[in-house]
Design a protein around this ligand. Sequence first.
Ligand SMILES: Nc1ncnc2c1ncn2[C@@H]1O[C@H](COP(=O)(O)OP(=O)(O)OP(=O)(O)O)[C@@H](O)[C@H]1O
Ligand SMILES: [Mg+2]
Length: 222
Amino acid sequence: MIIALSHQKGGVGKSTLAYNLAVELNKKFNVNVVDLDVQQTITACNIIRGKFGQKQLNIVSFDDKKNFIEFLNEDNDKTITVIDTGGFDSGMNRVAMYAADLILTPVSTEFLEVIGLEKYKKIIKDVSKKVGKEIKTHVVLNKIHHSQQNFTDIQNFINKSPKQFSLMSSVLRRRSDFNISLSHGFSVCEFDNKSDSSKEIKNLIVEISNILNLKKAQKKRK
Ligand SMILES: Nc1ncnc2c1ncn2[C@@H]1O[C@H](COP(=O)(O)OP(=O)(O)OP(=O)(O)O)[C@@H](O)[C@H]1O
Ligand SMILES: [Mg+2]
């Protein structure tokens, strides 16, 4: 199973969500992480994680597309590979989009986010055309102001492009513990298992599990 966090727009929360999902999924499943972010955010957090005595993630690196494709071709339903793509368009990021069983695209609801999604839609269409497969991404609302309840603008935009986008039900609010927990190499759930952000990540994992039909068979053997 391959889950890619992907958006050509920077700073939307790809690395933050990829890290939180990978750490939590790694408790039940065999998880590999591919860090395509030039800032190597996940790799850095994982090193900090080790220093705080937590079990580190298995991060796999690739210098070229060929090795990356070979690795992804070996994907099976006993493993979950979480790919954190960079906030730009590249051959490697496109491979991740093509190979993913689930693409998650974090966006906030600010006006410029719709413009960012419009640009990403062109990339999705281009990749779909080149590989002869309809590629679709699941948009996750992230960094949302705590008082905002109305998401009509972004919903309307997504509804206009049902081939490329669908909207996840999970909403992740802008919360300081995403930042604080990362600075310790923790997921928000490890940082405070009862926090609101922790509940939001758990809800997102339930939604992902339902989409991908993650089964007991994929669970780690003890
Ligand atoms: N739900 C959230 N609440 C508060 N802060 C958040 C949330 N999600 C992400 N952030 C913060 O937003 C900033 C950008 O997040 P992140 O680095 O994960 O984005 P990115 O999409 O990976 O960026 P890039 O494209 O540059 O790799 C970080 O400071 C992160 O802590
Ligand atoms: Mg990043």
